[in-house]
Design a protein around this ligand. Structure first.
Ligand SMILES: [Zn+2]
Length: 372
């Protein structure tokens, strides 16, 4: 029997207007006749919403309304000082919080809705009303650290949802982040915790400035009690469907099996696709579908089938929506794909990725107590 996916959404998240400029700078140096919208714009999410409403997956989707988060809920992940800074910036009419990250009028309301909608989606699962919930949210959250914004993110939507799970009786949660960028904010928030295993598969982009001091390298393993509970899987540029599948089966599956979570959070970004302006990886719809099938398999074995899916990046306005469709299909146990890929054409040579994955596996087995 095919499953159902509960989608949580709120129109107010469209009010976060990131403006136009030369790509994500917000600046117009005057050289171009056609300025594009900031990549993290409302259109990308409008298409994700419409594909879920009108494409074949619509038959398996139920829509629910999200809600704004309370400040007290944000404080389960973020510091009071940081939240005060954002509230103050909003009161004064907005500011550029860090490069590419614009808090404009309407942005704070949208950020509160994004965090609250992720909380609603998690609560739906915790209350036993569904197994697989998807929080369709923006602004994204996985770069937002306890004390600072980064990379288009203000509030860590997945992070507050994980805290809700833990305070509601879950013992161990795993966060698997397949956005093309390092989920540094989520990692930072749980860096000292052995109750939350954070795993991030990303391109090897390194630190990108003061707002993102983490490197995303394999040696960032967590600290104190949390040592060994942050697994970074930096994949070579150009990694595609087979390379990702290899990394999932060789690194992610064994770690999750050993850890034994009772809640799984899948953090998704379609910026790992072959057509994204912000990423250099080559996933197609088939790759996304495979990854989520693997995660659904883990969920059925460990978390009673419970998975919260949280939306992050994904900036190509057509393909991001199609890859979202494929990702959610992976949770439905259907015999074949519901929707064909209209544009995938890249060839893949996964030989280098396989070598990198093998060396990461060896490193994990040497350094990480629970994987020895
Ligand atoms: Zn990203």
């Amino acid at each position: 029997m095919a499953g159902r996916i509960d989608v949580f959404w709120h129109e107010g998240m469209l009010k976060h207007d990131t403006g136009t400029g030369a790509f994500d700078t917000g600046i117009d140096p005057g050289f171009l006749d056609v300025l594009e919208k900031h990549p993290e714009n409302a259109d990308r999410v409008r298409n994700m919403l419409s594909i879920l409403r009108r494409a074949p997956i619509s038959a398996y989707v139920s829509f629910h309304s999200g809600r704004p988060a309370l400040i007290s809920e944000l404080l389960t992940f973020h510091s009071q000082e940081y939240i005060n800074e954002l509230v103050e910036a909003d009161r004064k009419g907005g500011k550029v919080v860090c490069p590419g990250t614009f808090l404009n009028p309407g942005s704070w309301e949208a950020a509160l809705l994004a965090a609250g909608t992720a909380l609603s989606a998690m609560k739906h699962i915790l209350d036993g009303n569904g197994k697989v919930s998807y929080a369709l949210v923006r602004p994204p959250g996985h770069h937002a650290q306890p004390t600072q914004a980064d990379g288009y993110c203000f509030l860590n939507n997945a992070g507050v949802a994980v805290q809700l799970a833990l305070s509601s009786g879950c013992q161990k949660a795993v966060v698997i982040d397949i956005d093309v960028h390092y989920g540094n904010g989520t990692a930072e928030g749980f860096y000292g915790s052995s109750k939350v295993l954070t795993i991030s598969l990303h391109m090897n982009h390194g630190s990108w400035g003061p707002s993102h001091p983490q490197n995303g390298t394999v040696d960032e393993l967590g600290e104190g009690e949390g040592f060994g509970y942050n697994l970074n899987i930096p994949l070579p540029n150009g990694t595609g469907d087979r390379g990702y599948e290899y990394a999932m089966t060789e690194l992610v599956v064994p770690a999750v099996e050993r850890f034994g979570p009772d809640m799984i959070v899948l953090v998704i970004g379609q910026d790992s696709s072959a057509f994204d302006p912000n990423g250099r990886q080559c996933l197609t719809m088939e790759g996304y579908r495979k990854i989520s099938r693997i995660i659904h398999g883990l969920a059925k074995k460990h978390s009673g089938g419970r998975v919260l899916i949280v939306q992050e990046g994904g900036y190509q306005v057509t393909y991001s929506a199609y890859c979202l469709h494929a990702t959610l299909e992976g949770f439905l146990d259907l015999p074949k794909a519901l929707l064909d890929d209209p544009i995938a054409y890249y060839l893949e040579d996964e030989a280098f990725t396989v070598k990198v994955v093998e060396s990461i596996k060896q490193y994990h087995q040497e350094k990480i107590p629970f994987l020895k």
